[in-house]
Design a protein around this ligand. Sequence first.
Ligand code: GLP
Length: 247
Amino acid sequence: MIKVICVKDYERVSDVAFETMKPFLKSGSVLGLATGSSPIGLYKRMIKDHNENGTSYKEIYTFNLDEYVGLPLEHSESYYTFMHKQLFDHIDIPEDHIHIPSGLGDLEANAKAYDAAMDKMTVDIQVLGIGSDGHIGFNEPDTPFTETTHVTGLTEQTRKDNARFFDPLGEEVPHEAITMGPANIMKAKNVLLVANGKNKAQAIHDMLNGEVTEKCPASILQRHPSVTVVVDEEAASLLDPSDYERR
Ligand code: GLP
């Protein structure tokens, strides 16, 4: 079941995402986290809530979706650095509660180890952004829905979309990534997908109204029992108003 909530702008997307997340910010919870610009506002609100209300992450565990292959952890664009800068450095989560797939060394072994770690816990809520080609995590179009954690090539579209982060460094976007597969994502008890901006409108439309197909990886969420999608007006611009709740 997918519930779609449409709000005015990115700030409101982040407010509603935080409201959806809040019940899971408690001892024993397992959070699935995402990178990209979309969840940054949500993470800001989690930090504010930690500072102002004392919400503790000491007994919370996290699993991130993905990581680039070949970037050292300390690289400014590694997802390891992103997550520490945007969230982990500002809350009280123990470092050994954080799981991020490793894009360094023996990648096959890393993928297996990540699946094994995920098998020991169940993600209570998985945060997702969406790529303009409908990818979730780094599951690009044509990834089998049955895939678990694996190494993948990045499409030209995704590399173009993410060039804005690497261009200022004078570097190329990596060609490969290691990512949870659709099968891992579908095991989460709840999914929270956030999207804003015009360049997401087609992907949001296809995810919700298109057929369930590996051509649009996010369309698999139509088969998930508990998904909340929070979008701004631009990302919702190709939807029929009867498709969403307006807030
Ligand atoms: C990357 C990440 C995805 C993310 C997507 C959208 O490819 N691997 O997890 O959802 O980008 O990013 P943004 O939120 O910056 O638009």
